[in-house]
Design a protein around this ligand. Structure first.
Ligand SMILES: NC(=O)C1=CN([C@@H]2O[C@H](COP(=O)(O)OP(=O)(O)OC[C@H]3O[C@@H](n4cnc5c(N)ncnc54)[C@H](O)[C@@H]3O)[C@@H](O)[C@H]2O)C=CC1
Ligand SMILES: O=C(O)C1=N[C@H](C(=O)O)C[C@H](O)C1
Length: 268
């Protein structure tokens, strides 16, 4: 049995993760975390969720949660995630990171935590479909070359706080890899006003926010006289929770390191 902790348990993904862990053979929920000062702190998780008490109290003490659990599943916010990774390194635990919106320095800190003893699985999208799509995007980008302009369009619900989405960046990285360039060197992350003509070789990003859209991504290869569009649409957030719990089961008996969902799915 793999013991798991969920960070950000009151959030959209946190609630999904509780249901998913409860439904997964071989996984058990051992601890739940929220940010200090949150209404749910010290409440019974079952009661906070509007049901019966279940004898699991929502806390904000990361070390106590990691004493109880082998793997922390974390869909929260960048600063919180960096601190969780450092705690996972200190205590030699698994850490599944779904959080997006990182600054470059955050990724370096997560790399350092993996080097210092945490088993980290991090992915901007935990679904099989998007990870397969990334593979296909890399191959198509390699095959087509710069005669086709790459544009990535994503749409999400009105509450999302980061753009481009983690998935869009992951797909952009895949396209850049296919072209043999660094995404940082070619990304065009927002156009407004007199932008001038499109920069040759740019990988463009556009973000739509509205309503309750779970997550939609399209990678467009626009050429002369033809356009190829590769897309993915998530219709149920439970999809991401399924992937995350699969990653947590996978991480439980892996050596420390920084892995991604391709490793979990055997696509690397
Ligand atoms: N990789 C993937 O497949 C997916 C990633 N995400 C990402 O997951 C993150 C969370 O998304 P949602 O659940 O929609 O957001 P949300 O805002 O509903 O939930 C985030 C939760 O984290 C909690 N939190 C913040 N700081 C904390 C701390 N220091 N300790 C403990 N809890 C803390 C908040 O109080 C909140 O309950 C976002 O970055 C989102 O982009 C979301 C869906 C899928
Ligand atoms: O915030 C979300 O909701 C999602 N975030 C991830 C992202 O940034 O790509 C994954 C998914 O698209 C939903």
């Amino acid at each position: 049995m793999v013991t798991m902790a969920v960070a950000g348990v009151s959030g959209r993904m946190g609630r999904m993760l509780v249901d998913r862990i409860d439904a997964t053979e071989g996984a058990t929920l051992a601890a739940v975390l929220e940010r200090p000062g949150h209404d749910w702190i010290d409440a019974d998780l079952g009661t906070a969720l509007g049901g019966r008490p279940r004898g699991l109290v929502v806390g904000s003490d990361t070390d106590a949660a990691l004493d109880a659990a082998e793997v922390l599943v974390d869909f929260t916010a960048p600063a919180a995630t960096v601190a969780f990774a450092q705690a996972a390194a200190r205590l030699g635990r698994g850490h599944v990171i779904g959080t997006t919106g990182f600054a470059p320095g955050d990724i370096e800190a997560i790399d350092a935590a993996a080097a210092a003893g945490a088993t980290i699985v991090r992915a901007g999208n935990m679904s099989l479909g998007v990870n397969l799509l990334a593979r296909v995007v890399e191959q198509v980008a390699r095959a087509l070359g710069e005669g086709f302009d790459i544009e990535i369009v994503e749409a999400h619900h009105r509450h999302k706080v980061d753009a481009p989405s983690g998935t869009a960046l992951m797909l952009g990285e895949a396209a850049a890899r296919g072209r043999g360039v660094s995404l940082d060197a070619v990304a065009d992350r927002g156009r407004d006003g007199m932008t001038g003509a499109r920069r040759p070789g740019a990988i463009g990003f556009a973000a739509i926010r509205g309503g309750d859209i779970v997550g939609e991504h399209e990678v467009m290869f626009a050429g002369e006289g033809e356009t190829i569009a590769l897309s993915h649409r998530a219709t149920d957030r439970g999809l991401f929770a399924r992937g995350a719990v699969r990653a947590a089961l996978w991480a439980a008996d892996r050596p420390a390191g920084h892995y991604d969902m391709m490793d979990v799915l055997g696509l690397n």
